[in-house]
Design a protein around this ligand. Structure first.
Ligand code: DGL
Length: 273
């Protein structure tokens, strides 16, 4: 495997850009190919079988780009598909759940951890399973917050509507006296300040996007797969973006998250893979 090959990152749409952003920050020398499945989002309300099928198609596409590793930058796809797709592939594939769970387990003092995510992520029980494997004594409280994704996509990051909905969703977790809360959906770091204000200072928020980039860095280092430093590249070669629909809309959103890195977004037909 070529260590100068790019890293493939995928999500159902724009949310995984929060993971891509962390990878760009923490691994600035790496090349990245991002795919957002904008034609078929949201994944959070789809069945396990469908999310696995979509994930397999995207991985087939990314492999045509000869990526050296893949990051599933979507909590729902990680919950449903990570174990399945790993069986078929011979390159490292990581998701966002393990890294987030590890950070939560090391942060909690009272052993009460909250997890918020899409219906798919919470219903799958994957976070709970992984957290308990890491530390059997923890109590895990999951809460699906399905309206957060459309609120973020509508740009209502600092809005009274978001405050009101967040207060309603999070009240059940406040009643459990959790001291750690996992932001178990790619969109939630974008409303982190609202969630932090409602939960209060005593609750530690875990951003799996950040933790995943840390895990990827460690993985590449251990495999001696870091890209050679000092090899000059054009920005457009370094970061490439593909979507299954609405390329211009995606690009506009991507520019708001990754101001300098998005030159062009290419639409592909993912059903062909
Ligand atoms: N990317 C998804 C996740 O992290 C949220 C958006 C969706 O439902 O597709 O679970």
């Amino acid at each position: 495997m070529d260590k100068n090959a790019p890293i493939g990152v995928f999500d159902s749409g724009i949310g995984g850009l929060t993971v891509a952003r962390e990878i760009m920050r923490q691994l600035p020398e790496e090349r990245l190919i991002y795919f957002g499945d904008t034609a078929r989002l949201p994944y959070g309300s789809k069945s396990r079988e469908t999310v696995i099928r979509f994930s397999r198609q995207i991985i087939r596409f990314l492999r045509t780009m000869e990526v050296k590793a893949i990051v599933i930058a979507c909590n729902t796809a990680t919950s449903y598909a990570l174990d399945e797709v790993r069986k078929d592939e011979d390159i490292p594939i990581i998701g966002v759940i393990n890294a987030g769970a590890r950070a939560a387990v090391s942060a909690t003092k009272n052993g009460k951890i909250g997890v918020i995510g899409t219906n798919g992520t919470i219903d799958s029980g994957t976070y709970e399973e992984v957290l308990r494997e890491m530390k059997p004594s923890v109590e895990v409280f999951g809460k699906a917050c399905p309206l957060f994704v459309p609120l973020v996509e509508e740009g209502l990051l600092h809005d009274t509507v978001t405050d009101e909905i967040a207060s309603r969703y999070l009240s059940v977790l406040k009643e459990k006296y959790i001291d750690t809360l996992v932001l178990g959906c790619t969109h939630y770091p974008l409303i982190r300040s609202t969630i932090a204000r409602i939960m209060g200072n005593e609750v530690h928020l875990v951003n799996p996007a950040y933790e995943t980039a840390v895990q990827l860095k460690t993985l590449l280092k251990s495999m001696e797969m870091n890209r050679d430093e000092g090899q000059e590249l054009l920005q457009s070669e370094k970061y490439q973006f593909f979507v299954s629909d609405m390329a211009e809309k995606f690009r506009g959103f991507a520019i708001s998250i990754l101001p300098d890195e998005v030159k062009e977004t290419v639409k592909i037909n993912i059903e062909e893979y």
